[in-house]
Design a protein around this ligand. Sequence first.
Ligand code: PRP
Ligand code: URA
Length: 208
Amino acid sequence: MAVIEVTHPLVRHKLGLMRKKTISTKDFRELASEVARLLTYEATKDLETEEDTVSGWAGPVLVEKIKGKKVTVVPILRAGLGMMDGVLDLIPSAKVSVVGLYRDEESLKPVAYYKKFTSKMRDRCALVLDPMLATGGSVSAAVDMLKAAGCRNIKGLFLVAAPEGIKRLQDAHPDVDIYVASIDQGLNEQGYILPGLGDAGDKIFGTK
Ligand code: PRP
Ligand code: URA
């Protein structure tokens, strides 16, 4: 299992803007999408291609195309939706599978409330989207659900991760690669990532 911290200057710059306490909903939402787009570029580097022949301006041309069934993106509701547009900008034909989970504020345990997967999960690469990998409970539960549906090729894309959450996901699902814009210091007593972004769902949806 690989943990890839995407340290491209554009990612570091955009994430720095997202950390500002006074950021507007509009700016946070736009930046979440932009960083997700950059993570997608890294996370799709190993997609398999196959040869194809197209009619070019000067005759037949050997080209490459992505092989196999279309990718499925898997936003974890709610906050994962804030990354979805950015990912779909690069993979516009991807199928969307949705997992609804929230973290109980007292126990910090994930509570599942919705699931809708596309067909043939066994044959697709799944990109799980969640801005925050905190304790790792939510994403581990989402991966459990994907594996129960037959999915065998799963990657997680996060804006910010705590070392505790990375360890939990690695222990539970060592086959899942992690792509993250920043690995932060750790969790506070309430299970929030420090320095983190605060409550990403609230910032994306303008709640609270
Ligand atoms: C947040 C976040 C993750 C989860 C991370 O969601 O978007 O899904 O917490 O925490 P964990 O790694 O400790 O499980 P939240 O429960 O706040 O729901 P929301 O997306 O509806 O805001
Ligand atoms: N969920 C968030 O939105 N932020 C955190 O720091 C942890 C969980």
